[in-house]
Design a protein around this ligand. Sequence first.
Ligand code: GRE
Ligand code: ZN
Length: 324
Amino acid sequence: MDGKVALEEHFAIDDTIEDSKVFLPGDVWTELRARLMDIQERRLREMDATGIEVSILSLNAPAVQAIPDPARADEIARRANDYLADQIAKQPGRFRGFAALPLQDPERAAAEHRRCIDDLGFVGALVNGFSQIEVAESAVYYDDPSYNDFWAEVAACGMPFYLHPRNPLRSWGQIYDGHKWLLGPTWAFGQETAVHALRLIACGLFDRHPDLQIVLGHLGEGIPYSLWRIDNRNAWTKSPHPYPAKRQVAEYFRENFYLTTSGNFHTPTMMQAITEIGVDRVLYSTDWPFENMDHAAEWFDTAEIDEDTRRKIGRDNAWQLFKL
Ligand code: GRE
Ligand code: ZN
């Protein structure tokens, strides 16, 4: 299918490139490094070859979220965002941008968000999970009340917020001890991000901002498969553990979330996502350069779905959501 839009597509700058090395070291690193640092050459050729008209680009992970010093996090976020804006200006018809945000300081993050949308023309933000703040051994999630004003700013600007994975801190990841293979995209990314998304739902964020839209990759980080159980566990007890939000988790999930196909090129999983959240809330993505654009396209372009559905997921939903 031609004219696709893809929105979990990463690049790196010198200050952040090393963050990606732990995931694919050794021989593959040379290749991954080159893929991450390139924007105008191979990336564009791959987009042409796989029918992607527009890529919405975002910084690699965890990058800014893993810089405990708030001033330094702000500096790197601004540097990455300025670099991205320059790159987009070379191919404005093919590239758009998501802001990297220094959430170590909610006020700075809100200001950078505003700058990226208003001055740089970005179409939203992509944040790599929790932020480490002041000390490396910290993990702050964005349901914390200190982010109330930040979220008000994001909601007011009307552009989506992509909650992208990162690994748990090593000191908090005992469950993975001796099973390093489960870290990253195999399992830990999804678990970490799904819990963060559920925290946002439960804290009442979407009661305060009913129009706020969150994007999750990887066809929903496992949530669609668990959605019914999240709301219906121990249904015989009249009041299981309460949370501040007013409604059931599934209601927010269906009104405040979009899911992308990044790194999850499997039709039954996509059908499950469509069944739970609706065809208007699923968006094509690849997760380049960690996944291949040709693997994504060969799957998606021939998946057994009707052409209306392919068009919506491949292009129209994103076109509308990001006001392209
Ligand atoms: C990603 O950011 O999407 C990613 C990584 C590392 C490994 C795989 C992956 O940062 O998808
Ligand atoms: Zn990704």
